[in-house]
Design a protein around this ligand. Structure first.
Ligand SMILES: Cc1ncc(COP(=O)(O)O)c(C=O)c1O
Length: 396
């Protein structure tokens, strides 16, 4: 039998998706499963984007340019300008989701054996993209007790070695909901300039900020032009996860030139989805106002209900739509399976993401889960009640 690569064997399963077969078994038993495991919003995609693919005038569904259609990139640049991020279309490469932008970023700036420092817990697939690129994740621990604030600068500096190529942050954060302050971004900017590193910011949740705090992008920092790489996506912004469109943005010409070679190798991002994404850029502000109000209300209900459960600890998210929840159990992997296999209230149960997969430090997050508040308030209240009742009888 030919052998599978070491890299392939080391590739981690997604904690968000690995329990899907257990959920499918639960459906077969006739159970309703509340999906708190995945960031698939139930919010409607803007009609303007859906209409654009219904009424297009193409007679050949052709490739586009590898860097994405120029018209679309010009319009993205205008969107950034509205967000006080000043780039032009040549600084943008359209990708097949933020996922491909991350893979391209790793491909562009790292070699096998290089290191990337990431505040932990982090978006689980950073582990996968690093493994695929032969890169070592060096975690810097952020703690639930501190609401997952950025660890002190000295903690980063202690971790920098000759192999360090970049610091990667997710802002606002998945899975923590943490929103970095302007001061924190400035501190990171200082470190990367001092040590000549790249700073990659995954800003796919840019619009989702709460409590009147606004987002500060790494590309709003002066002097970071050669260091900053933004990862972006339409998936969550317009509830268009299935479009598979994202982009990589950098003012560093060498980064763009190199990323373009990776983009050429995979030919082109999806054509129809670029049409939908271009149209989505005309989505009125009222859409976002409504969506953000809805997420704030969901967050408030969720956190309030979780705080009522004895032994449960949760940090208050300031952005995105996730939170890490610490539970009075030992192993959330086993707990999450048990919820799907052996527990229900009147035929209803929940699916959660065990948090260990959002860490790279072995043994971390074992008593934590990630919850995505992508369901309506009524379902969230029901889901937290299921969690509460389950914890009363669960034995590790
Ligand atoms: C932080 C973060 N980055 C990137 C992605 C990738 O999203 P997509 O490939 O759908 O753009 C996700 C998806 O959940 C995410 O949460």
């Amino acid at each position: 039998m030919p052998r599978i690569s070491r890299k392939g064997q080391q590739m981690p399963e997604s904690p968000i998706r690995k329990l899907v077969p257990f959920a499918e078994n639960a459906y077969k038993q006739g159970k309703t499963v509340f999906h708190l495991n995945i960031g698939q919003p139930d919010i409607k995609t803007p009609q303007i984007a859906l209409d654009a693919v219904k009424i297009h005038s193409l007679d050949i569904l052709a490739y586009t340019r590898s860097e994405g259609s120029e018209k679309y990139r010009q319009k993205i640049a205008k969107y950034y300008a509205k967000n006080d991020i000043h780039v032009n279309h040549e600084d943008i490469i359209v990708t097949t989701g933020g996922s491909e932008a991350l893979l391209f970023a790793f491909g562009t700036i790292t070699d096998a054996g290089d290191e990337v420092i990431i505040p932990e817990p982090f978006y689980a697939n950073y582990n996968g993209f690093s493994t695929a690129s032969g890169v070592k994740v060096v975690p810097v621990i952020s703690k639930i007790e501190d609401n997952f604030a950025l660890p002190p600068i000295e903690e980063f500096e202690k971790l920098i070695t000759p192999k360090t190529k970049a610091i990667l942050i997710c802002n606002p954060g998945n899975p923590t909901g943490y929103l970095y302050s302007k001061e924190e971004i400035k501190k990171l900017a200082e470190i990367v300039k001092k040590h000549d590193l790249f700073l990659i910011a995954d800003e796919v949740y840019r619009e989702f900020t709460y409590d009147g705090i606004s987002h500060h992008s790494i590309l709003q920092e002066n002097g970071l032009e050669n260091h900053a790489i933004i990862i972006d996506s339409v998936s969550k912004r317009y509830s268009m996860c299935g479009a598979r469109i994202g982009c990589l943005v950098s003012k560093n010409k060498d980064v763009i030139k190199t990323t373009l070679k990776f983009a050429q190798a995979r030919l082109s991002p999806p054509t129809l989805a670029q049409i939908a994404s271009e149209a989505a850029l005309d989505t009125p502000q009222s859409y976002f106002d409504n969506v953000i109000n809805e997420y704030v209300e969901r967050r408030n209900v969720l956190i309030e209900e979780l705080n009522k459960i004895e032994g449960v600890q949760v940090a208050n998210p300031k952005g995105a739509f996730y939170c890490i929840v610490q539970l009075p159990i030992k192993n959330s992997d086993a707990f999450a399976k048990w919820l799907l296999e052996s527990f229900d209230i009147d035929g209803e149960t929940i699916m959660v993401a065990p948090a260990a997969g959002f860490y790279s430090t072995p043994g971390m997050g074992l008593n934590q889960i990630r919850i995505a508040y992508v369901l309506n308030k009524e379902s969230l209240v029901k889901a937290v009640n299921i969690l509460k009742e389950a914890l009363k009888i669960y034995k590790d």
